[in-house]
Design a protein around this ligand. Sequence first.
Ligand SMILES: Cc1cc2nc3c(=O)[nH]c(=O)nc-3n(C[C@H](O)[C@H](O)[C@H](O)COP(=O)(O)OP(=O)(O)OC[C@H]3O[C@@H](n4cnc5c(N)ncnc54)[C@H](O)[C@@H]3O)c2cc1C
Length: 279
Amino acid sequence: MSFLTRFARQWIAGETLDDAIARAKKENNAGIRAIINFLGEHVKDEAEADNNVEENLRILRAIEESKTSASLSIKLTQLGLDIDKSLCLSKVDKIVSAASSKNIFVWIDMENSPYTQDTIGIYLDIIKKYKGVGIVIQANLKRSEGDVAIIVASAGIVRLVKGAYMEREEIAYTSRSDITRNFSKLMAYLFYKSPFFAIATHDDRLINEAIEANKIHQKMIEFQMLMGVRDELKRKLVKEGFTVVDYIPYGKNWFPYTTRRIRERKRNILLIVRSVFDI
Ligand SMILES: Cc1cc2nc3c(=O)[nH]c(=O)nc-3n(C[C@H](O)[C@H](O)[C@H](O)COP(=O)(O)OP(=O)(O)OC[C@H]3O[C@@H](n4cnc5c(N)ncnc54)[C@H](O)[C@@H]3O)c2cc1C
């Protein structure tokens, strides 16, 4: 096993669905709910998109059969968004329809900015038919303030994140402080306008801000974090009575996801450089 593969394993349950369910069960035992994600993105071939639909349907069956407390997260370029928007919508519909019949919540992850508009468009179509579906909004994008308002006005459900993709300055906040400031602003809006939303960050300052705001607004909030990141904090929040959810990815296509995790923290880059140069 290469250093990178071993390094990646801290954020990924393994290659199989069984690995993901086992990890989700372990988190459930610690009072933490799970979100399961089958890794993969930018599919160019419809047969592959169909295989990905089947794998997501397998996840839903496995969650139900194993009685795991888990929801599902999907990425639209894994389901054919690069091929055609309406083709992708029909595949998302198939997954959400199955999830809805099993009472399993589905989150739609947000990819980089060329996909924002179509992802929101598909989401708004889907929530006309189904409840129990949420969408990710990225605080680094300048357009997000308008998007959150539209989604909340349509009774949509938001998972707020900082944003994992490098974006151009014309459309995005690029400094850590500007992104955090916009996150606070969007979170404040959600506390005023939305009954239920997810705060997906590992940032103490933002988590504490949410805890304080919730003392006033008393909303249904959940803290979502990534598998392998800040596990002690997750357990502390559970003890304090908050809903905490762990995002658990699995599958063979772990490289792009891992690259995003490495980039998020200077210490991770340093560890890789050290392993390459053996210093
Ligand atoms: C449940 C969930 C779902 C997400 N879905 C999406 C999505 O659909 N689209 C999208 O663009 N982004 C998504 N993200 C990623 C998000 O946009 C951020 O890139 C990521 O969460 C890091 O930002 P942060 O808010 O934790 O703040 P940061 O400022 O990056 O981190 C705050 C602190 O958390 C710790 N930390 C953060 N990352 C790591 C790490 N990799 N390893 C170790 N410690 C770390 C460090 O202590 C750091 O100081 C998701 C994040 C979560 C938690």
